[in-house]
Design a protein around this ligand. Structure first.
Ligand code: MN
Length: 244
């Protein structure tokens, strides 16, 4: 199985997260929030099979770390995986939307120089702007919308743009989250935790906790566990073979 959005470097106890990745043997996309964290995070997970480090600049940090775009551009050809990137229109961040937009567009534009990037994207309270940007940079790569909170119409629009959707145990904690999951095309669904930020019952999530989502999809899709696993594995294989 997989965790397509996990902040491995930000767990307080690195041994604990590394053990979980090793024991589960899940495919983990280890996202970073600033380019200066990329090399250290690569080293942290060295030797772990199926653990890939993404190069990112988080929208909540864009206004403070815009200067790291130079480093982003320098590192961008060293990894296929980009994230966490995106936009955040929530209170406390929406006043920086201009700089967030310029950072996000810079990154998408840079990624258009390649044909194989996979992007994990934050879209909290900025879904329309995210979809507009993806529409504007169609060759930037294959987008994974992480913890996507949107309307049904926006879900369809995103699917038309070729987006995947990564869903985690925390999304099952709200009826809104579950409703959105019911709209997702099954062939675009991936799993994530967003640990250590995301929690369930006050407990920090680890990659192995994606099992909670598999159990849920069992019922939601009315499928045997094995069929859910096959579906998700197939989605991951398709994602990893995508080019654009
Ligand atoms: Mn995150």
């Amino acid at each position: 199985m997989m965790d397509m959005h996990c902040h491995v470097d930000l767990y307080p106890n690195h041994q604990e997260i590394l053990n979980d990745i090793r024991q589960s043997n899940y495919y983990v996309l280890s996202v970073t929030t600033v380019p200066s964290a990329w090399e250290g995070t690569v080293k942290l997970t060295e030797g772990l099979n199926h653990c890939k480090t993404a190069l990112g600049l988080h929208p909540q940090l864009a206004h403070q770390r815009e200067n790291e775009l130079v480093l982003f551009d320098k590192l961008v050809d060293q990894t296929r995986y980009i994230g966490e990137i995106g936009l955040d229109g929530s209170s406390g961040y929406k006043e920086h939307l201009d700089v967030q937009l310029s950072v996000f567009k810079h990154i998408l534009n840079k990624c258009e120089e390649f044909d194989d990037k996979i992007l994990t994207i934050h879209s909290l309270n900025a879904v329309e702007q995210i979809l507009d940007c993806l529409n504007q940079f169609p060759k930037s790569g294959t987008p994974i919308l992480h913890w996507f909170l949107a309307t049904k119409k926006q879900v369809f629009k995103a699917a038309e743009l070729g987006c995947y959707f990564s869903i985690g145990p925390a999304m099952l904690q709200s009826s809104r989250g579950k409703k959105i999951i019911s709209w997702l095309p099954q062939d675009r669904v991936l799993l994530e935790t967003d640990g250590p930020f995301a929690k369930v019952d006050g407990k920090v999530l680890f990659p192995s906790n994606v099992n909670l989502v598999i159990e849920y999809l069992n019922q939601q899709w009315d499928m045997e566990t094995q069929s859910v696993l096959d579906r998700l594995s197939h989605n991951l294989v398709t994602l990893l073979s995508s080019r654009k």
